[in-house]
Design a protein around this ligand. Structure first.
Ligand code: CTP
Length: 131
């Protein structure tokens, strides 16, 4: 039986921290499913739209060898439903979320990986602005 892993994120301006967490997530199973925040969800969370639209972010993630399936995450409150819909055995998040997703441990195993230091979408945007 395959071991299905699920993770979530915006993955705007795809960078090495994103690749690292996806490869780490993939290493825990043999089928990686990635919930990618919709543009509207990102606006709701942060007050602005991602630089790269959902369609393009989803195409980039779906093209990675370590990713088997992507879907649009439309609501933060639906994590439990997504875990069940995609029959995930493991939920993976970066350790910026450490502990927060333990509420789903009755549905699946919950694992956190350390964030890659010194890179984030916000930092990339700030660096470009400073030029
Ligand atoms: N992530 C990571 N290491 C980084 C940046 C992100 O492991 N340096 C992980 C996050 O923990 C999350 C996933 O990548 O599980 C998607 O993160 P996302 O919020 O889309 O990326 P960030 O670069 O953190 O974006 P922002 O600066 O907008 O918060």
């Amino acid at each position: 039986m395959s071991r299905r892993v699920i993770t979530f994120g915006t993955f705007d301006l795809f960078h090495i921290g994103h690749l690292n967490i996806l490869q780490n997530a993939a290493s825990l199973g043999d089928y990686l499913i990635v919930g990618i925040s919709s543009d509207e969800l990102n606006y709701h969370k942060k007050g602005f739209f991602p630089t790269v639209n959902f369609t393009d972010r989803a195409r980039i993630i779906a093209a990675l060898a370590c990713v088997q399936q992507v879907f649009k995450e439309e609501s933060l409150e639906q994590k439990a439903a997504y875990i069940q819909r995609y029959a995930a055995d493991v939920l993976v998040m970066g350790d910026d979320w450490a502990g927060i997703f333990d509420i789903y441990s009755d549905l699946c195993e919950v694992r956190y990986f350390p964030r890659t230091p010194e890179i984030s979408t916000t930092e990339i945007v700030n660096k470009i602005k400073e030029r």
